[in-house]
Design a protein around this ligand. Structure first.
Ligand SMILES: Nc1ncnc2c1ncn2[C@@H]1O[C@H](COP(=O)(O)OP(=O)(O)OP(=O)(O)O)[C@@H](O)[C@H]1O
Ligand SMILES: [Mg+2]
Length: 141
C-alpha cells in the first residue's frame, strides 16, 4: 500500500480540518475505512469530511443506527459496525450495497467486523493515538 497523506494533529479541530481538506479530492465511489481504537477520532474525522463535502447537518455517531446518510456535493454514507457480531447481520440489512455507490463516499468505522463484505480498492484512514490530544492520521491505498 502507498501512503497518500500523513499528518499529526493536536486537537479535534485540526483533525476535522485535515478531513475537510482531504474531502476536496473525493469524486464519489470511494470507500474509506477508518481504523483506530475507541476514541481515536474516527467520528471527528467524518465530521470534517462532511463539512468538506458541503454537508450542513451535524454528523453524529451511528453506533446504534449502524448507518447515517448525509447529502452534500456528494452523499456521505457513514457506518459504525462496532456493535455488529457478524457480517451476515449487515448483509441481511443490505447495507453493503451502499459501500461504493458512484455519487457517494462511504466512511466505515470498525470495518474489520464486515471484512468479507468490503469492496476492493478501499482507502484506509488509520488514526494512531500518540497522546491525550495527539493523533497521527495516515491515509493509504
Ligand atoms: N487530535 C485529536 N483528533 C481527534 N480527536 C481527538 C484529538 N485529541 C483528542 N481527541 C478526543 O478523542 C475523542 C475522539 O472521539 P471520536 O468519537 O471521534 O472517536 P472514534 O474513533 O469515533 O471512537 P469510537 O470507536 O468509539 O466510535 C474525542 O473525545 C476527542 O475529544
Ligand atoms: Mg466513532
Amino acid at each position: 500500500m502507498e501512503i497518500l497523506a500523513q499528518i499529526t494533529t493536536h486537537s479535534t479541530e485540526e483533525t476535522e480540518h485535515f478531513a475537510r481538506t482531504f474531502a476536496a479530492q473525493l469524486h464519489g465511489g470511494e470507500t474509506l475505512l477508518l481504523q483506530g481504537p475507541l476514541g481515536a477520532g474516527k467520528t471527528h474525522f467524518v465530521k470534517g469530511l462532511a463539512v468538506g463535502l458541503g454537508i450542513s447537518d451535524v454528523v453524529t455517531s451511528p453506533t446504534f443506527a449502524l448507518h447515517n446518510e448525509y447529502v452534500g456535493r456528494l452523499a456521505l454514507n457513514h457506518f459504525d459496525f462496532y456493535r455488529v457480531d457478524s457480517a451476515e447481520e449487515v448483509e441481511m440489512l443490505g447495507l453493503h450495497e451502499l459501500f461504493c455507490l458512484p455519487n457517494a463516499v462511504s466512511a466505515i468505522e470498525w470495518s474489520d467486523n464486515v471484512a468479507e463484505l468490503l469492496p476492493r480498492n478501499c482507502t484506509q484512514v488509520r488514526i494512531d493515538v500518540l497522546g491525550d490530544l495527539v493523533r497521527r492520521i495516515t491515509v493509504q491505498r
